[in-house]
Write a protein that binds this ligand. Sequence first.
Ligand SMILES: [Zn+2]
Length: 245
Amino acid sequence: MAYYDYFKQFRQMSPEELRRKAEASMENARAKGRSYEPVILQGRPRNICKTWWGDAWCRNLERYADFASRIDRGKRYVRSGAVVDLKIHGGDIKAKVQGSRRTPYNVEIKVDPLPEKRSREIEEKSLGKIKDLAALANGEFPEELEHLFFSRDGLFPTPDEIHFDCSCPDWAYMCKHVAAVMYGIGVRLDENPFYFFPMRGLDVDRLIDKAIENRLDSMLSHADVKSPRIMQGADLLEIFGVISS
Ligand SMILES: [Zn+2]
């Protein structure tokens, strides 16, 4: 790398300059037939995330090492559209973040699956929450589930359960590009809270099925009937009314 270029990469760019470079990179990717999925923050003047769960993810970032020194730059980067590509496949997150260099940097984040014991605990705690899980299946994320997922033993990865890598020359474990991607993940979770589950190796469909099964078992054991086949229409309505509410 040329002497001038070496120092240029540490220079702070204005948001406009960063945005222009990011747009040029996306244009270049389009011309080469690559499909980038940028993080777009439209209509979010104050908070980066709109939902309580996305916001909880962003607040949780403060638990990670090195984050305090990168928090503002990470925010500025994601706001300037620097996260030109972000793809989440289970616990494997790959992103491209525009920096001062012409080509975006490659960021990789890996989230470990939940340890068996914790995943069983979450499953057990979920069983009594059929109504909430049903809302989840409808793409909502009821606040009653907050403790279940975001407590110390919840779904959020602890600093030991998440691993960062960036192709930039910053020596910090969490550079501004990684920080920007972490905010980008919050935006994706805002759009679809279901990313939480595969990210920790949990099968949400199985979780919902088990919770429904549990609910049916408990209703049948309290009902004066021998099997679901001879249940009255009203009982079925009651069950499915709960499920779809
Ligand atoms: Zn970096």
